[in-house]
Design a protein around this ligand. Sequence first.
Ligand code: ATP
Ligand code: MG
Length: 442
Amino acid sequence: MDKTVLSQRIAQRVKEEGGRVFYVGGFVRDFLLGVENKDIDIEVHGITPEKLKEILEEFGEPLSFGKSFGVYSLRGYDIDIAMPRRERAIGKGHRDFEIDVDPFIGLKEAARRRDFTINALMKDVLSGEIVDSFGGLEDLKNKVLRCVDEKTFVEDPLRVLRAAQFASRFRFSIEERTRDLCKAIDLSTLHKSRVEEELKKALLKSDSPSVFFTSLLEMDQLKYWFRELEDLVGLRQDPLYHPEGDVFVHTMEVLDRGCAYLHKVREPYAFMLLCLSHDLGKILTTEEIDGRIHSYGHEIKGLGLIRTFLNRFTEEKDPLKYVLNMTPLHMRPFSLAAARSSVKSTNRVFDEALQPEDLIYFSLADKGDKAKKEEIDFLFRRYEIYREYMERDYVKGSDLIEAGLKPDEKFSQILDYAHKLRLAGVNKDAALKQTLAYAKKL
Ligand code: ATP
Ligand code: MG
């Protein structure tokens, strides 16, 4: 059964028992915005939790993973079925709430625990009626993020990141009072996984991820989780190469250009993290020499800083590996293109990169409209050549052993030599002969 049909059947049964069922949260907001959203959350009013469980049993196996929170789902369906509740803060953290499930508190009280007015809209599953207790429709129309309840908004620090995340995804502005409240909230108690979750939505679901960071900057909230980005603000660059301004401004532009390549790159999240952190090394290396601003070696010297930065909010090893591998290479494609370097040189750079094609897309995002068409064409042509070389047969360890070599301590050096010949386009027979001659010399 389709999730919408299931919701309607449940709503029908709840109605027969005297209650009402609403779509809530992002599903209603996105429906009104005309944006696709497959995450259905429903809220059941006016019947007891026991009655709800009985009804759900008619449709399948209710999973009461959040029973004490009044949240259910049905096995095989990815749908959240919740009961209205009141939340009272009992600590400073995102999860430090005492929860009272109460199906009879009414629509407005139930919506009060939500973060923003646009997320507090409800839609009757059966009649389609929109219930707007806090002015969400008006705020949707005016593209404004406004907190539902000024008194309780500050109780959950995650809402600061959610404000920035929705601002970037929907290009909404954060209402002044809400922004002021956000300024005073301490984000240090958040768990890193929650920070990363909001960050990921901003990086992967937005056409202007920069707004996530500029909103946080405006709220003085880069300072805990993204403090290195704050150090980029006001960090000068040579105006000849970077007329756009400081390193922060440049990084924001790279993010916004980068997200246009998300459908092409192999590792979207890691790619965006590369856009975000590729120039952190400038914090350590920027200096003025003879009236010109330089940041020599920033692509290498920043690796420690990048590691610290990324580890603060991610446990994932692969994106970290990717960013640490690609950052040192990040300026190479265009220097190769400018010099019209040899195939051997372009092959070596592509070979060093974990995702050579992503490296090209990154360098396009980094360069922006300073990239010349001939250079871009050059890079993609060279990448094709690289791929073609990589498809050819080549000298493997087993070939060398067959030819009488022993896999001793020199073996990997010999294999490296064979690999270089492969990158230079030497065919297998010739490469085997040359490699064996090299091994003999060793
Ligand atoms: P998305 O499209 O990113 O899923 P969403 O609004 O559906 O957006 P969810 O995290 O799925 O976001 O949360 C669903 C709803 O729960 C929200 O619309 C909001 O009403 C409420 N909500 C979620 N997190 C919070 C929070 N930290 N504080 C208050 N309300 C919240
Ligand atoms: Mg959602």
